[in-house]
Design a protein around this ligand. Structure first.
Ligand code: 4AD
Ligand code: MG
Length: 504
């Protein structure tokens, strides 16, 4: 039986297999936190109620040992799932060696090296379950909307998103690339099926170690015939709201475990502000306020607040450290204070990072030059002002991909849209309407120095029954990262790949 189903068997004796995620002993008692993948449950082994050898087996269990336990399910509202198991029998399957991940704070490099084990931690477990729910919600949405899921190839001969970050490989006697995006194939598939979406891995040889960049990530790319960018944005908004509602309904326990403030996600389910690129630039530079908030002055205030808070915390740390060093302090009190100090020191680290970042963000925002793409920090500054995702559209065509539809009313602009997640997260979706004008399209292919011959098949889509069409690409890991409010995209995928990271 699985832990998630304990509630249905209250008072009954059941058997369940899993791993020891934690163990505590008291007088004549062993408390095991058992995890079986479906959940976590406390199992109580009482010396007076089991055979002597079972109690000693329980006592000898190490972290992550695997066991089979039998016992009675008892309601206990203090437990996470509301139930615990009073053990009557226990079989050891395998005693684990000393487990490398302990409760103490580990550095992220260490944890990344141990990713194959780190995945077992409660927090990672919760994030992976939310990722799973998001995936399911995406399929659910598109299937209900009548989209056909189709797969684009991973080996390609064409660059889709520019040539600078391609992974090149030998494909027998030809050169191939790992796909950066399935979009070009998505366009062909949409001309066959009307509305399609791909859901697959994509690759970018990004030599950057930012909190937003992976070299391998999963992308969902819908493509729709007879859509302009307006309809495209309507679809994005509907999809995002549907995903948010679905995870909020189905991942309550998981959000609690990762301490995600779900009211932030609930508040995001409203009309998404749509800003032209020009408007977004004006907000970023502090020339236009958003709901009475100004990009630049909010940052200046945040900086002041961080300074004050840092001062306060530093004082508290020294007071507590003095206490710890004081004579006659009891062990319990010392541990309590030490624990507080550790937490406060981590907060100081975060504040110090803010204090290093904020002045740079201010500078970058103030000096932003019209016509450029937004950098990571610009996106952070912009999206901190909103509580729902925002959609920035009508971009300078010069900084967008070759396939973007030029705006007939303003030829300097292209009908692209970027969706930026709130709370400082930034871009999670990129998309737009596709160019259908043969002349403009071939001009762009030349301008981007792409080999025309290899794009002939793509141009056929314009030769034979060309229609207005649009689509977008959702970065799954970026979406999970925002929804879970995790600091780095590497915790959003089971085995992340980023610049320099290939193992485990
Ligand atoms: O904005 P991008 O480059 O757009 C495209 O690839 C289009 N062809 C999509 C389309 O219209 N069908 O990438 C789309 C999204 C980004 O918004 C981001 O969420 C994610 O993919 N992404 C990355 N995620 C993690 N690591 C990276 N290196 C990423 N690069 C893009
Ligand atoms: Mg983009």
């Amino acid at each position: 039986m699985q832990i998630k189903d304990f509630f249905s068997k209250e008072g009954k004796e059941i058997t369940c297999s899993g791993w020891v995620s934690n163990k505590r002993t008291g007088k004549g008692l062993v408390f095991i936190i058992l995890r079986d993948g479906s959940g976590f449950a406390q199992c109580v082994v009482n010396e007076g109620e089991v055979e002597a050898n079972i109690f000693s087996h329980a006592n000898a269990l190490t972290m992550e040992s695997s066991i089979e336990v039998t016992g009675k399910i008892v309601e206990d509202e203090r437990q996470v799932g509301g139930f615990e198991l009073h053990v009557t029998n226990l079989k050891v399957i395998s005693i684990a060696e000393e487990y490398p991940i302990s409760k103490k704070a580990h550095g992220v490099d260490f944890l990344s090296d141990k990713r194959h084990l780190w995945l077992r931690s409660k927090r990672q477990w919760a994030i992976m379950r939310i990722r799973n729910q998001i995936t399911f919600a995406i399929h659910n949405f598109f299937q209900k909307e009548g989209f056909i899921q189709m797969d684009a190839p991973l080996f390609t001969g064409n660059a889709c998103e520019g040539t600078s970050d391609l992974f090149e490989l030998e494909y027998f006697d030809q050169t191939a690339y790992l796909t950066q995006s399935g979009q070009l194939y998505g366009e062909a598939m949409a001309m066959a099926m009307g509305k399609i979406y791909t859901f697959g891995p994509t690759f970018r040889a990004e030599k950057s170690r930012t909190r937003r960049h992976l070299t391998e990530f999963w992308m969902i790319e819908p493509e729709m015939a007879f859509y302009d960018n307006e309809k495209n944005m309507d679809l994005i908004e509907a999809m995002m709201k549907s995903i948010l509602k679905d995870v909020l309904n189905n991942c309550k326990v998981e959000f609690e475990i990762i301490e995600r403030d779900v009211s932030k996600l609930e508040n995001a389910i409203k009309e998404f502000p749509r800003l032209t690129y020009d408007e977004a630039v004006s907000v970023l530079k502090g020339e236009t306020d958003v709901n009475g908030q100004n990009a630049i002055t909010t940052l200046q205030n945040d900086q002041k607040e961080a300074e004050v808070r840092k001062e306060e915390i530093s004082k508290e740390i020294s007071e507590r450290e003095e206490k710890i060093a004081g004579p006659g302090i009891k062990k319990g009190e010392r541990n309590f204070n030490q624990n507080k100090v550790d937490i406060l020191k981590n907060e100081v680290k975060d504040l110090e990072e803010d204090l290093r970042n904020i002045p740079q963000w201010i500078k970058s925002a103030e000096e932003f030059e019209y016509g450029n793409d937004f950098g990571g920090s610009d996106e952070t500054v912009l999206t901190r002002l909103y509580d729902s995702p925002i959609m920035v559209y009508n971009w300078p065509h010069a900084i967008k991909a070759f396939y973007m539809k030029r705006d007939q009313d303003n030829p300097e602009l292209a009908k692209g849209v970027d969706v930026l997640a709130p709370e400082g997260y930034g871009e999670i979706i990129g998309g737009g309407e596709r160019e259908t004008d043969m002349e403009l399209l071939t001009e762009k292919i030349k301008e981007h120095e792409l080999p025309m011959k290899e794009f002939e098949w793509y141009l056929d889509l314009r030769r034979y029954g060309s229609v207005p069409h649009a689509g977008f690409g959702v970065g799954l890991e970026r979406l999970v990262t925002w929804i879970c409010k995790i600091p780095h995209v590497r915790e959003s995928i089971p085995f992340p790949r980023w610049y320099g990271r290939l193992f485990p």
